[in-house]
Design a protein around this ligand. Structure first.
Ligand code: HEC
Ligand code: HEC
Ligand code: HEC
Ligand code: HEC
Ligand code: HEC
Length: 357
């Protein structure tokens, strides 16, 4: 075989591989891909479409992200169940998003067609696609400038990354960033805490393979799937006040309402009145539910607890059932408030039995 034929075969092979790569996700009517908005095809590289291309050099951050809800966003069974298995196209823009820097941070991102299984990927938050940069060269948003030799794409210092603005394209649908703006955390000064300050732990690790460990941002981003993290927001009381039962929940440390954002979250504050032997006198009673109802739900008011506020209730002796000698008080966090709520969607945040006089 002549070298010309060999070359032709090699080129053909590369061409077919490229087509196969570009064809991925071709079933998507949205059609366009990461970094492809007006870029020349030469700039459409693995680094602009596939989060696993960051994995070799950033193994620790990749592992943090891989265990986060951001990574699960597209394959999450709860998302699938509520979106007709993601045939509902309205759900794709945030659960498999193209880069937020493509349309700008004031706008919800567009749906991605490639690597949807990666959910909210490294590229969703870090890639500044060629179509959004003056010279058409795709870059990665970072906290300082670094040459293309470091990551394969140039890193550009981007002050918006790490502020609430880089979360807002997806996290203000139900006003979480608006709620944050009303808290002391949004005010300049010593109280200032951005979304990332609370949701990205600062700790020592290797940012890139081979680099020395340093203080860096953890990408695990805990939220409602982490009981201890939820509890860290709250001060809870359940005690005797004279002969009355006093129960209180304060949103002391969340940077927004408690709970926030997703409307299928609820917090139930419960009491069970018992006799001296601990036998229930009546069916357990719900004292209060914190919740933001769906638009279609009639007769339910919005009871989310704003930052710094307390819900409390005092139940006087006269309002307690006759013969009540104990009150078992508990608080459950429900990721889905529809009965029956499976254990995987419910945490017991607090439980205490108060002896009554
Ligand atoms: C491109 C869209 C997008 C951007 C930008 C984004 N997120 Fe998210 N985020 C999501 C989606 C979608 C989920 C839910 C995924 C799931 O659970 O299926 C989520 C989940 C989370 C969770 C977990 C919530 C829970 O209940 O467990 C936290 C915390 C979070 N994001 C924080 C942030 C922060 C902080 C920023 C900004 C630095 C940010 N996100 C930027 C889309 C985004
Ligand atoms: C504007 C962006 C956006 C759109 C559009 C969107 N989501 Fe989400 N979704 C989010 C964010 C952000 C979260 C995390 C919120 C939280 O944890 O409170 C989330 C969380 C969820 C969760 C909770 C997952 C869990 O593990 O608890 C479900 C379920 C969900 N979304 C379903 C849907 C469905 C169904 C649609 C389409 C009808 C949709 N989403 C459209 C941004 C979006
Ligand atoms: C060939 C190895 C390599 C690849 C591939 C790579 N990076 Fe990097 N990256 C590095 C090194 C080395 C640093 C500097 C590490 C440090 O600061 O300790 C870095 C730094 C960064 C920074 C931080 C800049 C700053 O200081 O604020 C970001 C953001 C980043 N990379 C994102 C990515 C993303 C996203 C990908 C995948 C598209 C990626 N990198 C692929 C090697 C790589
Ligand atoms: C939801 C958005 C989001 C996703 C997804 C995301 N990042 Fe980040 N990343 C950030 C934010 C915010 C920072 C902090 C920037 C700042 O304030 O300097 C950051 C910081 C970094 C840094 C610098 C670390 C440091 O502390 O200096 C690197 C490197 C990085 N990200 C790489 C990645 C890689 C690789 C992935 C995918 C495995 C990824 N990121 C996924 C938002 C995100
Ligand atoms: C002062 C710390 C702090 C700040 C600032 C903060 N959060 Fe939170 N966030 C928490 C805590 C603690 C929780 C757990 C309690 C809860 O659910 O409210 C939480 C929960 C969440 C959840 C998941 C649970 C839910 O209630 O739906 C999401 C999503 C979220 N935050 C997004 C954000 C975004 C976006 C911002 C910035 C606009 C932000 N947070 C700012 C501390 C903070």
């Amino acid at each position: 075989m002549s070298w010309r034929v060999l070359l032709a075969i090699t080129l053909l092979g590369a061409f077919v591989a490229a087509i196969a790569f570009l064809g991925e996700g071709a079933a998507d009517p949205g059609g366009e891909r990461f970094g492809n908005g007006g870029d020349g095809p030469g700039q459409l590289t693995a680094l602009t479409v596939d989060a696993t291309s960051c994995q070799d050099c950033h193994p620790e951050i990749y592992a943090q992200w891989a265990s986060s809800q951001h990574h699960h966003a597209y394959l999450n069974p709860d998302v699938r169940e509520t979106s007709a298995d993601l045939t509902n196209q309205n759900c794709i823009p945030c659960h498999a998003p193209r880069p937020v820097y493509e349309l700008g941070l004031e706008t919800m991102p567009r749906s991605r067609s490639t690597h949807r299984e990666q959910g909210v990927s490294c590229l969703s938050c870090h890639l500044i696609p060629g179509s959004a940069s003056a010279d058409g060269v795709p870059r990665l948003a970072g906290s300082r400038d670094l040459p293309a030799g470091t990551c394969g794409l140039p890193i550009v210092k981007t002050p918006s990354l790490g502020t609430y603005r880089s979360c807002e394209p997806c996290h203000n649908q139900h006003e979480t960033t608006n709620q944050w703006k009303e808290t002391p955390f949004a005010q300049e000064g010593s109280a200032y805490r951005s979304c990332a300050d609370c949701h990205m732990e600062r700790r020592e690790f290797r940012v890139a393979k081979g680099s020395a460990p340093r203080l860096a941002w953890d990408h695990k981003m805990p939220g409602s799937h982490d009981r201890d993290f939820i509890l860290s927001a709250l001060d809870i009381e359940a005690r005797l006040d004279g002969s009355a039962l006093f129960v209180a929940v304060t949103n002391a440390r969340a940077g927004h309402h408690f709970p926030t954002e997703e409307r299928s979250r609820a917090v139930d504050i419960m009491v069970e009145w018992q006799d001296a032997e601990g036998k229930a006198l009546l069916e357990a009673q719900r004292l209060y539910r914190l919740r933001d109802p769906y638009r279609g739900e009639q007769g339910i008011v919005r009871t989310l607890l704003p930052h710094g506020q307390t819900w409390s209730q005092t139940i006087e002796k006269s309002a307690q059932p006759a013969g009540a000698k104990k009150a078992r008080v508990w608080i459950d966090y429900l990721r889905r408030p529809y009965d029956p709520v499976p254990d995987t969607h419910r945490y017991r945040l607090f439980e205490r039995t108060v002896e009554l006089p």
